[in-house]
Each structure stands twice: as C-alpha cells, then as structure tokens.
Design a protein around this ligand. Structure first.
Ligand code: CP
Length: 319
C-alpha cells in the first residue's frame, strides 16, 4: 500500500503518522537522535545540517513542549525558524489553511511543522504540496486532533529504549484517557512495530476507544491488575477539551481509580519507569510523589524530544 509520507525511493518525505511506518525508518530516527543528545552539552550547541533552510512552526493549537523543542531543534541544526503567530495571522481574517501554506511556500519555506485541532490537517498540507510538485518541501505533524503525534511517539520510544535498551520483553502500560489521545495512538503504533512484548491500555470503558484491542493492545479496567509486572507506565492527561459530554463522574473519582500513586506504582516492576507526555495535571492522573519521584523520567522525555526532533528534521532534509 502507498505510504503518503514516503517518496518513490522509500525515503521519508513527510512525517505524518507512525501508523504503517517501517521499523527500519523508526530505528534510523532513534539511532540518528543518539549523537544529537550530546550536542546540548557543548559550548556551541549547533551543527550545520539545516543551514540555509527555512522552517515554519505553524501551531494552530496551544503547545509548550512541542513548539519550543521544535524551535530549539531547528536552531541547533542552524535553520532559520519562523514561528507564525496564528492568533495575529491572516487566518483570523478568513484565509484558508492552504492559501496560508501557498503564501509561505512563496517565501521559500523548506519545512512546515504543523499542529492543528483537526485530524488530518498535516496530511492535507502534504497532499496539497505533492499535487503542486513541491517534493522538496517537508511537512511534520506536531499533533493533529486526536489522530497522531508522531514525534511525541518517537521521543517516547527513544526514552524507553534509553532506559530499557530494547523493546522485546517489555510490558508497557498506557493509562487514562486513551480515547482522545493522539500521543497514545502514535505510541501504540510505534511499540507494536518495534516488537514490544505487551502493550496494555488501562482506563474506564468510556475513555478507551472501541476495538482498541485491534491495535494489538490488552485492555484493563482495573489499574492495579493492569500495572502488575509492567516495565514502563505512560500516564495520560484527561483531555477535557476534546470530550463531548460527561465521560467521568468527577476528576476526584478518576484519581481514586486511575491516578498513579506510590501504592499503585508498587504493582509494577521495581525498576519500572514512569512517563507522561505533558501537560501534567497533578492530583488528577498522577500524584506529585510519583511525578517527582525516582521512577519518573518525565523531564528527560522533554530533553530527548529535542534530539529526536533534530533527527527527524535532518533525515527529512536529506542529512
Ligand atoms: N506533549 C505535548 O504535545 O505537549 P505540548 O502540548 O506542550 O506540546
């Protein structure tokens, strides 16, 4: 089947989703990111791989980590970075997304990093560019609706591999609002492609997608049972902005059953790591004692995000 993010030669043209992404490409991105981690320790934190390229950050939805780490990553690769301020751009005067893109292409854009509330917006831009034979321009999905967040999935895979060395034999539990989570979807695709022994989804029926098992996931509604013997725990935020109607009795009730406390963490393996993509709601999905505790790798995830995004951009640019 044709993969719209690969070019005719099977090379990465855009990064839109981890669904259907060949394991070799994921592995290549993770391997490429390894030396980029140490660039942060240098006096001059720059390499010239994207010198002369112009990267546009187009964030139509709020972001702290993704937008900032993409900007740092592009600057460390020596690109020129433009952060379009969507709130004061002409999209607020009725200009369509694709007209905005055409205008930025007219300014010789080389790469678009796109976050959008509508699932499929980055695909639409990539298709639009291909149709106009602009094969040298690259689109990176920085999170679209509840569909995909591939660079978050990749940085999560990088973090897991960093601490656990390899994916096979690992049991990974993803806990909470899987239904609305593009992070969960991307991570599930990534983990199953990379051969993780078991991926578990833990949450109430109302917050798990129907037929999530078809993605290769084992479902648990009891958190302690789901965490038993896990190597990795990934906590998710309740994405109330995407919920239609009330899916939960209350945040307090959710925390009682699905909040990660030291008591529930004790069910996992003694060397289990705790991850969270952020933004984190303390006392809703995770207790501060765990978020700030010795098992937590939540802040290293953010640091690794820079290296992984550098890897993605340098590979797309032919590095
Ligand atoms: N993980 C993540 O996407 O965080 P931001 O919304 O802050 O970018």
């Amino acid at each position: 089947m044709h993969n719209p993010q690969l070019n005719a030669g099977g090379e990465l043209q855009h990064l839109l989703t981890l669904e259907g992404m060949p394991a070799e490409i994921i592995e290549r991105i993770l391997d490429t990111a390894v030396p980029f981690v140490s660039i942060a320790e240098r006096d001059v934190k720059k390499v010239p791989l994207l010198r002369g390229k112009t990267v546009f950050n187009l964030f139509f939805e709020n972001s702290t980590r993704t937008r900032t780490t993409f900007e740092i990553a592009a600057k460390r690769l020596s690109a020129d970075v433009i952060n379009l301020n969507v709130g004061v751009s002409s999209t607020s005067k009725g200009e369509t997304l694709l007209d905005t893109i055409d205008n930025l292409v007219a300014m010789n854009a080389d790469m678009f990093v796109v976050r959008h509330g509508e699932s499929g917006a980055p695909h639409l831009i990539a298709q639009h560019l291909s149709a106009r034979q602009r094969a040298h321009i690259h689109v990176i999905n920085a999170g679209d609706g509840r569909h995909a967040h591939p660079t978050q999935g990749l940085l999560d895979l990088f973090t897991i591999r960093h601490y656990k060395r390899e994916f096979r034999n690992l049991a990974v539990a993803i806990v909470g609002d899987v239904l609305h989570s593009r992070v969960a979807r991307s991570l599930i695709h990534g983990l199953t492609t990379m051969g993780a022994a078991e991926v578990r989804a833990i949450g109430p029926q109302t917050l798990l997608p129907t037929a999530v098992e078809k993605m290769g996931v084992r479902v648990f509604h009891d958190m302690k049972a789901g965490l038993a013997g896990c190597d990795v725990i990934v906590m998710l935020r309740l994405q109330t902005e995407r919920m239609k109607g009330s899916l939960l009795p209350s945040a307090g009730e959710f925390f009682k059953h699905y909040g990660l406390t030291t008591d529930k963490l004790a069910m996992a393996k003694p060397d289990a790591i705790v991850m969270h993509p952020g933004p984190m709601n303390r006392g809703v999905e995770i207790d501060s004692a765990v978020a700030d505790g010795t098992h937590s790798v939540i802040l290293p995830q953010v640091t690794f995000g820079i290296a992984v995004r550098m890897a993605v951009m340098s590979i797309l640019a032919g590095g």
